[in-house]
Design a protein around this ligand. Structure first.
Ligand SMILES: [Zn+2]
Ligand SMILES: [Zn+2]
Length: 335
C-alpha cells in the first residue's frame, strides 16, 4: 500500500510525524484489527457452523440475505477506509515526500488560522480541520475513526454511514440465525448426544464436546452482534441528528464544550458576585474559563479526531467532554 510519497510512521531523523494517506497506512490501530477479526469470525461461524445447521429449506433465504449484507458491508468498510478524505490543498504527500511542517505554538495560536493550515502550509476549506493522527487537513472534517483507522470527512462520509447501515442489517440477520441455531442445538448437548431430535446432523454435532465449543462461539457471536446493533443504531441516530442540524461531529463536540465552559464560567461569576467578601467585580471565572476553552480548542484542532472516533468505545476522549450521545459518538470509532 505504500507509494513513493505515501508516508507511514515517523521520520526518525527529525521525529516529525509523517502524513498518512488512508486507513491502511501505519500505524495500524488495535480497534481496526479487532473489527476485521470480528468480520472474519462472523463469516466463518456462519458459513461453516450455523448456516449448514439450518434446515435446507432455509438455505437459499438465509445464505442470500447474510451474504448480500456481508459483501455490501465489507465493500463500504473498505471504501471508507481506503478513500483519502484529505482537503485537496493538503495533499502534500502527492507532491512531495518531505514530512509535514512542525507546528510552532510560539508563532501561531491555532493550527488553522484564517483558513490557512500552518502544518499543511496551504489554504484549506472552511470546515477543514487538521487531524493529528493523519497529519493532514481533512475536508469537512467529521472525526477520526479508530475502527477505520482513517478520518471521516466529506469524501468518505457517505461510505461511513453506509457501513453503519449495512452493519445493522447484517447483524440483525445474523443474530436471528445464530439465536435459532443456538436454541435448536440445546437438546443435543443437554441430552449428552443421546438424541438429536430437533437438530440437524452436521459435522459439529457429531461430538458433544465439539458442539459445546461451537455453542460457546455462537453465544459470543450473539453477544457481539447485539452489542454492535445497539451501538450502531445509536450512532446512526446521532448522525441523523447531526445531518438534521447540518453540523459535523467535530462542531457538535465543540459547541457542547463551549456551552459547558460558558455555563461553568457563569456559575463561577454568580458565585463570585454573591460572595460578601468579594473585592471586585472582575469576571475571573469567565476569563480563566475562556482561556481554558481556548487552550482545549487548540489541542482539539489537532487531536480531537483521533480521540473522537470513539465511534463506539469510550464516552470521553482525551479529557474531552462526555457527549450526550456518548456511546454513539464513541461508537463511531467502532466503524
Ligand atoms: Zn493541515
Ligand atoms: Zn485522521
Amino acid at each position: 500500500m505504500c507509494g513513493r510519497n505515501q508516508i507511514t510512521g515517523t521520520n526518525k531523523t527529525d521525529e516529525t510525524p509523517l502524513v498518512r494517506k488512508n486507513g491502511w497506512n501505519q500505524p495500524v490501530n488495535g480497534l481496526q484489527v479487532f473489527s476485521w477479526i470480528l468480520l472474519v469470525y462472523f463469516a466463518v461461524l456462519f458459513y461453516a457452523v450455523e448456516g449448514i445447521a439450518l434446515t435446507r429449506f432455509w438455505w437459499p433465504v438465509a445464505f442470500t440475505i447474510v451474504s448480500v449484507c456481508y459483501v455490501i458491508n465489507v465493500t463500504f468498510h473498505v471504501l471508507a477506509t481506503t478513500i483519502n478524505p484529505a482537503d485537496d490543498n493538503s495533499l502534500k504527500w502527492k507532491k512531495s515526500s518531505k514530512p509535514a511542517a512542525k507546528f510552532d505554538r510560539k508563532k501561531h495560536r491555532h493550527v488553522i488560522e484564517n483558513s490557512y493550515c500552518h502544518i499543511c502550509e496551504a489554504n484549506v476549506g472552511d470546515k477543514s480541520k487538521h487531524c493529528s493522527a493523519c497529519n493532514k487537513c481533512v475536508s469537512v472534517f467529521d472525526h477520526h475513526c479508530k475502527w477505520l483507522n482513517n478520518c471521516v470527512g466529506e469524501k468518505n462520509y457517505r461510505y461511513f454511514v453506509a457501513t453503519i447501515v449495512s452493519a445493522i442489517l447484517g447483524s440483525i440477520a445474523m443474530v436471528v440465525i445464530s439465536f435459532y441455531v443456538f436454541i435448536k442445538s440445546i437438546p443435543y448437548v443437554s441430552s449428552n448426544g443421546a438424541s438429536i431430535i430437533g437438530t440437524e446432523y452436521v459435522w459439529w454435532r457429531t461430538s458433544v464436546a465439539v458442539a459445546v465449543v461451537m455453542l460457546i462461539f455462537i453465544a459470543l457471536k450473539i453477544f457481539f452482534l447485539v452489542t454492535a446493533v445497539i451501538l450502531f443504531v445509536q450512532l446512526l441516530l446521532f448522525h441523523a441528528m447531526l445531518n438534521y442540524r447540518n453540523i459535523t461531529t467535530y462542531e457538535y463536540v465543540m459547541r457542547n464544550e463551549k456551552r459547558k465552559v460558558e455555563k461553568k464560567a457563569k456559575a463561577k461569576e454568580s458565585d463570585a458576585s454573591s460572595d460578601d467578601g468579594a473585592f471586585c467585580n472582575e469576571p475571573i471565572g469567565i476569563a480563566s474559563e475562556t482561556q481554558r476553552f481556548q487552550t482545549r480548542r487548540r489541542s482539539l484542532s489537532t487531536t480531537l479526531d483521533s480521540s473522537m472516533t470513539n465511534d463506539m468505545t469510550s464516552s470521553t476522549v482525551r479529557g474531552f467532554p462526555t457527549l450526550s450521545m456518548t456511546s454513539a459518538t464513541s461508537f463511531d470509532s467502532f466503524f
